[in-house]
Design a protein. Structure first.
Length: 409
């Protein structure tokens, strides 16, 4: 795989799909490659590192890094605990979810998981970043797998593959996962590999932990080489290449059309200033299509791997009926886009569900904030009432004893 040259600027948005970052550098500062540019909640965004040396420019919306071409870098990471090293490296799930890998490791270790699954199925059409990474860096991925298994004490390791070449690995099961799309989603993978249903829980509840192949490679580079996560393999149209985190999407050589960040099924239209993020697996170009009203054919429901009713979810979200989301299980949507592919009306189902999830999270956050404010108001009112009651008792006691009261001060 080729490595694309550095662009004129690297862009790091402070509000991302996996959380909000706060800058840790000031405008005009020269940073080294690997230096922390911004940090978020450790349970969501984690750390964001500079992918090159250069001078930074900080705005309200993003951190801009202007590379100087010198490639000066910080010394390698040195934490002796694997989870701590992974946290310091800023590694998150590179399959798309972006969940902090250090937190997943700690949860899996506490749950004493016995089965470790490396997901290299990569079932979305025209996306092959993980397959190319496995082809060119098989030994490094296996080293990362062994490091994870040793840390967790997992007695069983499985490498799940989709289409492609066969791999023979000592002490590791290799499973070929085929079937209807999306065979690579976590729920579907656990069901097809191990015959277990996740229901509303996590794989760790069943003694299983699943890591994407690119994540395992990043763990290897952090553990054995002390590297931070500053680049990843991305499928750019028909070619796989190494890209720095922060590389502007508009600076990629792409044909005319709608630029989509992500695969042709699960991707979203690139916004102004969009750049390569940790969770970016692909950048593709699509031909725009016109949508028409729903004809109630039910094909979207037939295609859903989670047994949801996409047409009902679509109707409720567009109508703003948020109270029915629990019954319709919006949180079970794995955002595979199968319903979009099946819909003859070309309705933007996946985009609507993503909006619904984000809107629901925002409503829940506002509800929690309102509950906290209400509790604080109630506690303050109770405190003031107690103070007034104490003052009344003191006044009544003074009057009963007929003592003269002199106002203090």
């Amino acid at each position: 795989m080729k490595r694309l040259p550095l662009p004129s600027v690297l862009r790091y948005p402070l509000l991302t799909r996996i959380g909000r970052y706060e800058p840790r550098v000031a405008s005009g500062t020269r940073v080294l490659a690997g230096e922390v540019l911004a940090a978020g909640n450790a349970r969501t965004a984690g750390l964001l590192h500079a992918a090159a040396s250069g001078v930074v420019e900080v705005t309200q919306a993003e951190v801009l890094l202007h590379p100087d071409g010198l490639e000066d870098a910080l010394p390698p990471l040195a934490a002796e605990d694997l989870a701590r090293r992974v946290c310091d490296a800023g590694i998150v799930g590179l399959g798309g979810a972006g969940y902090p890998t250090w937190l997943k490791l700690r949860q899996a270790k506490r749950a004493a998981v016995t089965t470790l699954v490396v997901n290299a199925v990569e079932c979305e059409p025209d996306v092959s970043a993980d397959r190319s990474l496995l082809r060119d860096h098989e030994d490094e991925i296996l080293a990362g797998l062994r490091a994870l298994a040793d840390y967790l004490g997992a007695s069983r390791t499985i490498l799940a593959l989709g289409e492609g070449r066969d791999v023979d690995i000592p002490d590791t099961e290799v499973a070929r996962v085929t079937g209807p799309y999306p065979s690579g989603s976590e729920r579907t993978l656990v069901r097809r590999l191990l015959g277990m249903e996740l229901q509303d829980g996590n794989p760790t509840d069943l003694g299983i932990v699943v890591f994407n192949a690119a994540t395992v490679f990043a763990v290897h580079r952090a553990w054995h080489c002390g590297e931070r996560l500053v680049e990843r393999v991305v499928t750019v149209q028909d070619e796989n290449c190494w890209l720095r985190i922060g590389h502007p999407v508009r600076e990629l050589a792409l044909p005319a059309g709608e630029v989509t960040v992500g695969g042709p099924v699960t991707g979203w239209l690139a916004r102004q200033g969009e750049s390569i993020a940790k969770t970016t697996r692909a950048v593709t170009v699509k031909t725009p299509v016109e949508s028409s009203p729903c004809i109630r054919c039910g094909w979207c429901a037939d295609s859903c791997p989670e047994g949801l009713l996409p047409q009902e979810l679509f109707r409720h979200i567009n109508a703003g009926h948020w109270t029915g989301m629990d019954a319709l299980r919006l949180d079970h949507c794995v955002e595979c886009g199968a319903c979009d592919m099946a819909c003859p009306s070309r309705l933007p189902l996946l985009a609507t569900f993503r909006y619904g999830k984000s809107e629901r999270r925002e409503r829940e956050r506002r509800g929690r904030d309102a509950a906290v404010a209400r509790d604080r108001f109630t506690a303050r009112s109770a405190r003031l009432e107690r103070q007034r009651a104490d003052e009344r008792r003191e006044r009544e006691a003074r009057m009963a004893s007929r003592r003269e009261w002199t106002r203090p001060g």
